[in-house]
Design a protein around this ligand. Structure first.
Ligand code: APR
Length: 258
């Protein structure tokens, strides 16, 4: 392990365009369950109930969606960034981060200190609610307060359209600008580091491939094996927090004694 951490740190020090691509595994040490691990979100909920078409199709589907979304929001609201989030924010301060491409909707990168222009939220955010008809945006807590006071399904104050957390559901079109930006940055990267993702959900999971095909070194840090482990230049199976914290220490050591 020590050699691998030293190798990754050397690559980080010598690289110029580092993209960090993350998934739900980055936030499990912050108390937010991931999706596909035992006890994960898809163990407790049926993904079908989260399909966008269901949400727009009926009042009953929207009510069920908001019940589930409220249960999922509580741990996110309380969550604190962990060692891995903090290491990524520190890499930005050290000038060693081109951008973070995140599939996460928990906003923990910002709580850790990453700046808005360095984080590409591919699957949107759970911290904002938007109207599907007029696009008006609401603070999540304001809408949660309405639900706590008995509203079953919230609607827009302006146009009466259905409100939904500003996350990208299965069957919903990806955010144009963010997706194009993420593809662009991935294709230009010289070091692409995946942290905490099973790499099974498209189009996000095609970005490590794109980076590798364009000459980037590919590193995967994930507790369980992924479908891309064989094509990676270096793979570590373990907990993201302590691993990223060790890598950060190695980077600082290397930058202090070039
Ligand atoms: N450290 C490292 N890896 C971890 C940790 C940890 N502390 N905890 C979990 N993992 C790994 C798991 O082994 C798993 O392979 O993180 C991965 C999380 O995979 P998923 O649950 O599939 O999450 P993700 O890849 O982000 O899912 C992609 O699917 O359900 C949709 O929209 C949702 O954005 C999500 C997308």
């Amino acid at each position: 392990m020590k050699e691998q951490l030293e190798q990754i740190s050397q690559w980080i020090i010598s690289s110029r365009r580092i993209v960090i691509f993350v998934g739900a595994g980055l936030s499990t040490e912050s108390g937010i369950p991931d999706f596909r691990s035992p006890g994960g979100v898809w163990d407790r909920y049926d993904p079908e109930d989260f399909y966008f078409q269901n949400f727009v199709s009926s009042e009953a589907s929207r009510e069920k969606y908001w019940q589930m979304a409220t249960e999922m929001y509580e741990p996110m609201k309380k969550a604190r960034p962990n060692l891995a989030h903090l290491a990524i924010a520190e890499m930005e301060r050290l000038g060693k981060l081109d951008c973070v491409v995140t599939q996460n909707i928990d906003g923990l990168h910002f709580k850790a200190g990453n700046s808005e222009d360095k984080v590409i939220q591919l699957h949107g955010t759970a911290m904002v609610v938007s109207c599907l008809t007029c696009g008006k945006r609401y603070d999540r807590d304001e809408i949660q307060e309405r639900l706590r006071k008995g509203v079953k399904v919230p609607y827009c104050d302006t146009c009466g359209g259905p409100l939904k957390p500003a996350t990208i559901s299965f069957g919903q079109s990806m955010p144009e600008r963010e997706t194009q930006e993420a593809y662009h940055r991935s294709s230009l990267s010289d070091l692409f580091i995946v942290i905490g993702s099973s790499l099974v959900v498209q189009p996000a999971a095609s970005m490590p491939l794109l980076a590798k095909r364009n000459g980037a070194k590919l590193v995967i840090i994930n507790r369980d094996p992924t479908p891309y482990d064989d094509m990676a230049d270096l793979v570590i199976h373990g907990q993201a927090g302590p691993i990223m914290d060790s890598i950060l220490k190695e980077i600082k050591k290397g930058m202090d004694n070039p």
